[in-house]
Design a binder for this molecule. Structure first.
Ligand SMILES: [Zn+2]
Length: 201
């Protein structure tokens, strides 16, 4: 199973729930990259450098990493963050379902713009959705100052959205025969219930 949708659509959250409830592994490229970047190897250093500079990891690194991970699994999985383009999707076989969480560009901007990170402990809050900081600009966990990452500022969000529309949106057509489209703009519980009811059809 694959879960796709723009930034901020909640795919990571839904993938974690599905993984827990169906007892199938949640494979996220975010997690794979975080693991690899700690490696003191050529590949590890390259991934670290790209991510630290806010760049995408190229297909020639990403595809083998994901394939290596999937080759160790005996049964099913839920993939999150991959495929990101048609090239990557061609490297996958045996996909049963593709869950597409649809939200508008306006909603993506609204959700991401509200993100605030703690300077000290790294906790993430959201002033428009949840969890909200109890005191404006202050971390609920450690009392340190919150800040907005450059990546989460409107100009950058628009840039990432443009990339999503160019590269990832074509996957919706590519997987149209096994696509399950869900309105991702509602709350987490409602979105999850709709995924479950559509999966069981
Ligand atoms: Zn904190």
């Amino acid at each position: 199973m694959i879960i796709i949708g723009p930034q901020g659509c909640g795919k990571g959250t839904q993938a974690k729930r599905l993984s827990k409830n169906f007892n199938i592994p949640h494979i996220s490229t975010g997690d794979i990259f975080r693991e690899i970047r700690k490696e003191d190897t050529l590949r590890g250093r390259k991934v670290k450098e790209l991510i630290d500079n806010g760049m995408n990891v190229p297909d020639k690194i990403t595809i083998p990493l994901v394939k290596e991970k999937l080759s160790k699994l005996k049964e099913g999985y839920i993939l999150d963050g991959f495929p990101r383009n048609i090239e990557q999707s061609k490297s996958l076989e045996g996909i049963d379902k593709v869950i597409y969480l649809k939200i508008s560009d306006k909603e993506v901007v609204r959700r991401i713009e509200g993100r605030r990170n703690c300077k000290k402990c790294g906790a993430i809050f959201n002033i428009t959705t949840a969890p909200k900081p109890k005191i404006e600009g202050i971390c609920n966990k450690c009392g340190s100052e919150l800040f907005q990452r450059d990546d989460d500022k409107p100009g950058q969000i628009k840039k990432r959205l443009k990339q999503y529309h160019n590269l990832t949106a074509p996957l919706i057509e590519f997987y149209k025969d096994i696509l399950i489209e869900i309105d991702g703009s509602r709350d987490i519980g409602e979105v999850y219930s709709e995924i479950i009811s559509k999966l069981s059809l």
